[in-house]
Design a protein around this ligand. Structure first.
Ligand SMILES: *[C@@H]1O[C@H](CO)[C@@H](O)[C@H](O)[C@H]1NC(C)=O
Ligand SMILES: *[C@@H]1O[C@H](CO)[C@@H](O)[C@H](O)[C@H]1NC(C)=O
Ligand SMILES: *[C@@H]1O[C@H](CO)[C@@H](O)[C@H](O)[C@H]1NC(C)=O
Ligand SMILES: *[C@@H]1O[C@H](CO)[C@@H](O)[C@H](O)[C@H]1NC(C)=O
Ligand SMILES: *[C@@H]1O[C@H](CO)[C@@H](O)[C@H](O)[C@H]1NC(C)=O
Length: 415
């Protein structure tokens, strides 16, 4: 009696354990024949350059020039090119077919720890996020829901890299092109002459924003059906998750300048015409952006603000991603980000992050020489916007200000 019950308990526990294992490893099984989503070990479909070509292109690292490279030589005997997953000395196809599993050990060994200030900064940002998520004075739609309740299509900003175990939530107007470039390089999904493209800046702009280049969470459904949510949760637990944010008002100004002060046919037709019609007394705005620019017509910043505050706007469609609040794009109360970068400290943060992700010898963050929208101009931009309207706008973006530690812009709101 007692033993048969024990036996049953064991069988049930055993089955549950097996199912768990299947769920966890399902992605590796399913992924081995997929292209964008490559497993950690070199799968059969990952194109490797022919061996002769590889020996030609691999550099002989100069031992003493860089102490990190020097140490790596001792730690990784046999791999001259630290980023190359396959042993270099195989000139033999039949050897290659039985290539043993070689874990990627491509990271740099650092001899100095990360500066304490940078580590503390991350701790503070993470702690603030936690505090704000549990503080009932920060209220926004969807704050209390669980990860399971987030609709599929709202997970389209989470880019997954299985090769390195990284998840990036991209926020448009916050250096997102550069981080998307880095994600493309890391995923090795873009080939240049048969080898993965390693230079982020060499990736053409239209490819960077082409969603077919990125493996995002919302694509899991097609691939994994009802396993999708389980898998996502496993990945969210195991992978390093990061996000970059900036001052919400400055982000809005940047979006306005980029989409409405420059000729952009798409944004003109979809948004500028609506603004001109409703807020600028132009019942029949020019048909195309060229015609509009020819007669000097474009919506002003205050028209843009009116558009954002108009309840009709969201009734027609959710905010465009360029001005949608970060809390709606990235679900910071459901996803515990390991790293929160700020555009205001982008260079330090990028260096720290790449090191944390252990990819700092694979890619470098491209430095932009463009002038960023300076927060000191904020007041000028808001000159034509009535104070009452500014306060309403602040209400709309207040959760982003508070979650990510941006001060309420008192000089603009109290006049
Ligand atoms: C390739 O490997 C096979 C079997 O391991 C061996 O017989 C052959 O000599 C090797 N060829 C070269 C060029 O190393
Ligand atoms: C929540 O935030 C408010 C306003 O910032 C603050 O006064 C309060 O102490 C916070 N509550 C908790 C529990 O942290
Ligand atoms: C979330 O839950 C808290 C209590 O736990 C409640 O005060 C708050 O109104 C809820 N917020 C939303 C948006 O449902
Ligand atoms: C994105 O890339 C795919 C395949 O490379 C291509 O078929 C598609 O037209 C591209 N989409 C856009 C919007 O450029
Ligand atoms: C950036 O700003 C500096 C001074 O603030 C100015 O001299 C320079 O021309 C600007 N560059 C661009 C590309 O606008």
């Amino acid at each position: 009696m007692g033993t048969s019950r024990m036996f049953r308990v064991f069988v049930i526990l055993g089955s549950a354990f097996m199912i768990l294992l299947i769920i966890i490893y399902w992605d590796d099984v399913g992924a081995s024949h997929l292209y964008l989503h490559t497993p950690v070990s070199p799968g059969p479909k990952i194109p490797h350059p022919p061996p002769e070509q590889r020996t030609q292109t691999s550099r002989t690292p100069s031992f003493l020039s860089d102490i990190d490279a020097f140490v790596n030589q001792f730690l990784e005997p046999g791999t001259g090119e630290p980023t190359d997953p396959a042993p270099l000395d195989t000139g033999n196809q039949s050897d290659k077919a039985e290539e043993p599993y070689v874990p990627r050990r491509e990271w740099k060994i650092h001899l100095t720890p990360v500066i304490a200030e940078l580590r503390q900064r991350q701790e503070q940002r993470r702690r603030l996020l936690q505090e704000m998520c549990s503080n009932d004075s920060v209220v926004f739609p969807g704050k209390n829901r669980s990860f399971d309740d987030i609709p599929n299509k709202e997970l389209d900003h989470l880019i997954v890299d299985d090769r390195h175990g990284i998840i990036y939530c991209y926020v448009p107007k916050v250096a997102c092109s550069n981080w998307k470039r880095i994600m493309i390089v890391l995923s090795e999904s873009l080939l240049q002459d048969g080898v993965p493209q390693r230079d982020p800046l060499a990736i053409p702009r239209d490819l960077v924003h082409n969603s077919s280049m990125h493996f995002t969470f919302n694509k899991f459904w097609k691939r994994y059906g009802k396993f999708a949510k389980h898998l996502m949760k496993v990945k969210l637990k195991k992978y390093t998750k990061f996000i970059f944010v900036r001052d919400p008002f400055v982000r809005l100004i940047s979006a306005y300048r980029n989409k409405f002060e420059l000729r952009n046919e798409d944004f003109y037709r979809r948004f500028a015409k609506v603004m001109l019609r409703h807020y600028a007394n132009q019942p029949t705005p020019p048909a195309s952006v060229d015609e509009a620019f020819a007669v000097g017509v474009h919506p002003s910043f205050s028209h843009f603000v009116q558009y954002l505050l108009d309840p009709q706007t969201e009734k027609e469609a959710p905010f465009n991603e360029h001005w949608r609040q970060v809390y709606r794009l990235c679900h910071p109360c459901q996803i515990q980000y390991d790293f929160v970068g700020h555009l205001e400290t982008a260079e330090d943060d990028a260096e720290h992050l790449l090191r944390l992700l252990r990819v700092d010898n694979v890619v470098e963050f491209p430095t932009t020489h463009r002038n960023l929208t300076a927060s000191s101009w904020e007041a000028d931009w808001f000159n034509a916007v009535p104070v009452e309207t500014r306060r309403e706008l602040y209400k709309l973006y207040e959760p982003d200000f508070r979650l990510f530690g941006y001060d309420r812009p008192d000089s603009i709101l109290n006049e």
